[in-house]
Design a protein around this ligand. Sequence first.
Ligand SMILES: NC(=O)c1ccc[n+]([C@@H]2O[C@H](COP(=O)([O-])OP(=O)(O)OC[C@H]3O[C@@H](n4cnc5c(N)ncnc54)[C@H](OP(=O)(O)O)[C@@H]3O)[C@@H](O)[C@H]2O)c1
Length: 290
Amino acid sequence: MAVLKILVPLIIGLCAYYFYSPESFSAEKVQGKRVLVTGSSAGIGEQIAYEFARMGANVMLTARRENLLEEVAQKCLELGASSAGYVIADMSNLTSAQKVIEETKSKLGGLDYLVLNHAGGNVGFHLYKGNMETVKSSMTINFLSYVQLTSSALDMLKQSEGSIIVISSMTGRIPSPFVIEYSAAKFALEGFYGGLRTEMRLRKINLAITIAVLGYIDTETAIREVSDKMTLVPSSKEECAQKIVQGGVLRHREVIYPYWSQKFVLLLRDFIPDLVDKLVGKSYKVENIS
Ligand SMILES: NC(=O)c1ccc[n+]([C@@H]2O[C@H](COP(=O)([O-])OP(=O)(O)OC[C@H]3O[C@@H](n4cnc5c(N)ncnc54)[C@H](OP(=O)(O)O)[C@@H]3O)[C@@H](O)[C@H]2O)c1
């Protein structure tokens, strides 16, 4: 009984905190803002670009495949973007990452939202066989290029009192087998951007950092890589992008999507990590991974 007296108000309080947001989301907050979305030729990045476009932002896209970038830019304009452009870049090269920011500055004159979303290198499921090259490649594309883009854009973001939205993953919170180079890069992102957020606050610099912690989302790449190797059901990339953009615009510290299933695992992880490892382990079809 005594436990219930504590538990019930606690659960009501947590629900109220989750559902009641003192600030409300509105498209006007984004109209005319300058946004760079990396990895926006496909998947979640493409959908994030469309979300910003619908609200009238100036959208800058980047990835490697020009034909797709051209199509996404065209669709952004149709959806209502104030402007839409793109720059082709390969994030395995840090100088290219730097050039993306230079190009963005020259085309948009500044930056309000930096959305760090691309993922590449050997992101598919595989057995780790001690290959340092896959580790270096993943750390460069999935971590160092994010840091390079941030470092190059920092002055613009400070000036606009803007936001950085970092796309992370449950693999950045719970160490994940068979994608360990990717998981390591996501953990590194969490460390870097979590620390940077606090440092900005302590230095009284008004720069928001939102980290999006995603579960399994139904992008082509993820379905191709995951469907025969895990027993999970994917969530919608469109809704995922909506939640990320809303959380980013409202300057929330983190966005977890899909919320309840991921949050539950994260809470359990802190109390019973061995059990969580075992439960997560059960969702892999190890025989299909080589
Ligand atoms: N889908 C999921 O289940 C899931 C779950 C958790 C977290 N996430 C995270 O969500 C983000 C988006 O994932 P997604 O599923 O949408 O991926 P995706 O569909 O494979 O899209 C990845 C994007 O990154 C770009 N990219 C890949 N390698 C690149 C490189 N070397 N240089 C520049 N751009 C590169 C791709 O474009 P080009 O090929 O044209 O370069 C593409 O636009 C990633 O950060 C991922 O870690 C996804």
